[in-house]
Write a protein that binds this ligand. Structure first.
Ligand SMILES: *Cc1c(COP(=O)(O)O)cnc(C)c1O
Length: 364
């Protein structure tokens, strides 16, 4: 007898590998593997979250109306054109699901976010990988991948796992070079870590250009990763299409309430950005000082740094040695980055500690 057969393109998916929180021997140590906020969560968000137990028996607001209004106020957006998801991961899947299918092509960069490939294959579309330019997004390479079959281009800016950033003029050039039938998904999961002058104007593009969708998350600077809340801004048509396929109650009540308080707490966001700026700069300096041991930091605009290992100690060896010293980072051989470690900017003690550990490990 034949068993039910999953679709072949589903079996082509390499499952997402999450950042680890424990060592091989089960110790809970400094987790610098998932780009979470080392300052925690806004106290206002925590307090709002705690009120949600009053309505545990009720479904959450399926329209996330108050959350959309709060996002609209924070960014000057029309709440009707905001989609929300169980993390921005869901919004990325919704974009692929609404715009691509079998026979279509979806472009993303070589060292791009792992979810793009999963979202592309899930709908039976074909992933097309644009080569990088020293780990960074290469607009010309993306444009030269475009064919009649291209339906979606995913670009994270800043990018994960590289931390690299494409300037406003490059994003504008990318958009201008794309045919109007191609949806440009600008994934801004780390946008709040940019200085205001570095804003790539993705939301401005999304306001006026029907083929631009911007995605954002509450998981990173807002410190709400546990609640899984993301959102997107696009044309009325795109938002309508994505609403048709999202899960009906895809953002929890506690999550909606916490997110509303979080996006209003500008002080917490600013403090998180300042902490990140200070300690990322410091950490990049420490890596530069280990250049003679073959280490190099890819210039980062995010809350993590990709450190490349080109000396006697390999990234894989350093990964194990760091784990032995109580630091879990992200080693991504499955994404073609066997030579690098992605290290999240943690607390001051964690950043100082991992820099000292690395120095010992590579003998700088
Ligand atoms: C962390 C991250 C996300 C956000 O994921 P959530 O599902 O919102 O937690 C999206 N894109 C990139 C590039 C990320 O690194």
């Amino acid at each position: 007898m034949n068993a039910p057969a999953p679709k072949p393109w589903i079996l082509d998916i390499a499952p997402y590998v999450p950042g680890r929180s424990k060592t091989d021997d089960g110790r809970q140590v400094a987790k610098l593997s998932s780009n979470e906020n080392p300052l925690g969560t806004s106290p206002h968000a925590r307090a709002a979250f705690a009120t949600a137990d009053r309505s545990l028996e009720r479904y959450p607001d399926p329209a996330a109306a108050d959350l959309r209004v709060a996002i609209g106020q924070a960014h000057g957006l029309d709440p009707a054109r905001i989609i929300y998801g169980t993390g921005s991961d869901e919004v990325l899947h919704l974009a692929a699901g609404a715009y691509a299918g079998q026979g279509d092509e979806v472009i993303f960069v070589r060292y791009g976010f792992a979810v793009y490939e999963i979202a592309t294959r899930r709908v039976g579309a074909t992933p097309v990988i644009a080569p990088d330019k020293d780990y960074a997004t290469d607009v010309d390479a993306i444009l030269s991948c475009v064919t009649e079959r291209t339906r979606v281009v995913f670009v994270a800016n800043p990018n994960n796992p590289t931390g690299t950033y494409a300037a406003r003029s490059e994003i504008a050039r990318l958009h201008a070079g794309l045919p109007s039938h191609v949806l440009l998904v600008l994934d801004q999961a780390y946008a709040e870590y940019l200085e205001p002058a570095e804003d790539d104007h993705g939301l401005e593009l999304a306001k006026t250009q029907p083929n631009v969708l911007v995605t954002r998350t509450f998981s990173k600077i807002h410190g709400l990763a546990a609640e899984r809340i993301g959102w997107g801004y696009g044309s009325a048509e795109a938002i309508d299409a994505m609403h048709r396929i999202r899960a009906p109650f895809n953002v929890t009540t506690a999550g909606q309430q916490a997110a509303i308080a979080a996006i209003r707490d500008k002080g917490f966001v600013e403090a998180s950005r300042a902490h990140n700026r200070q300690w990322r700069t410091w950490f990049e300096g420490e890596i530069a000082a280990l250049g003679n041991a073959g280490l190099r930091a890819v210039p980062s605009k995010a809350n993590f740094v990709l450190v490349l290992f080109d000396g006697p100690v390999s990234a894989g060896d350093a990964y194990q040695a760091l784990m032995g010293r109580g630091y879990i980072v992200r080693w991504l051989p499955g994404q073609g980055l066997a030579n690098g470690l992605r290290i999240s900017i943690g607390t001051e003690a964690e950043v100082r500690g991992i820099a000292a550990a690395l120095r010992e490990i590579v003998g700088g």
